[in-house]
Write a protein that binds this ligand. Sequence first.
Ligand code: A2P
Length: 283
Amino acid sequence: QTPKGSCLEAVKIAIDAGYRHIDGAFVYFNEHEVGQAIREKIAEGKIKREDIFYCGKLWNTCHPPELVRPTLEKTLKILQLDYVDLYIIELPMAFKPGDALYPKDENGKFIYHETDLCATWEALEACKDAGLAKSLGVSNFNRRQLEMIMNKPGLKYKPVSNQVECHPYFTQPKLLEFCRQHDIVIVGYSPLGTSRDESWVNVSSPPLLKDHVLNAIGKKYNKTAAQIALRFNVQRGVVVIPKSFNPQRIRENFQIFDFSLTEKEMKEIEALNKNVRYVELLM
Ligand code: A2P
């Protein structure tokens, strides 16, 4: 999904800037570059493997339990790493297994596949027991789907995290509260309101970084709206995974630990919630 080599450079710049958590996936088609960047930085002596927190994802076509371990092993081979720190189910629904990552019928409709999320989860648990993943989580799960896993008879490991869209225009108050109660970390994707790519982004919601409140608060701290949006989530215990391929913005997005927002400002930002997603995942 990224021009050749740009991901390698971006990850190396990010590690130099201080980032340690790297969010990846097989379907991003750049895991080989991420792995190379990590290995180069280890060879340089900049970091050790255990300093890095790499999250990989199980794609929709790989939910049948017998496919889970081979899929993770393929990711590890591409990364040239021995383990991932976190392995998560990318989406709570399955596509027909096979070479096509987005299988469609002759009418252009997605071909789904009936699988049991609990059985998929058990296969993930076996991967953790085998040392291929340190922790297990999910992504795009709602409360009902989380409960399905958590209430599974014989559950060995509960999900440690749920990666969902989360930013000042989509603050996830109910899911956040539920996850807090159950010690599940929310990892917020699209924390900057994502890009304005109409092919997968709902652009009817206004651009987050143009928001007046975020910009006004930013002025006070000599920070950008992006930094305020990131700080807001970090300060309420939500992990953020901002995406940038621009060296200056990669560094900018890390400069959020030298100030804090007041309680009043946190409330003001919370009030911006529109309950509208940029990433609708219509499939
Ligand atoms: P770029 O790669 O050119 O920096 P999200 O993390 O919410 O998915 O947002 C990603 C989008 O936001 C990308 O288009 C990225 O573009 C842009 N972006 C990343 N950091 C910043 C920033 N600090 N200020 C403005 N735009 C940013």
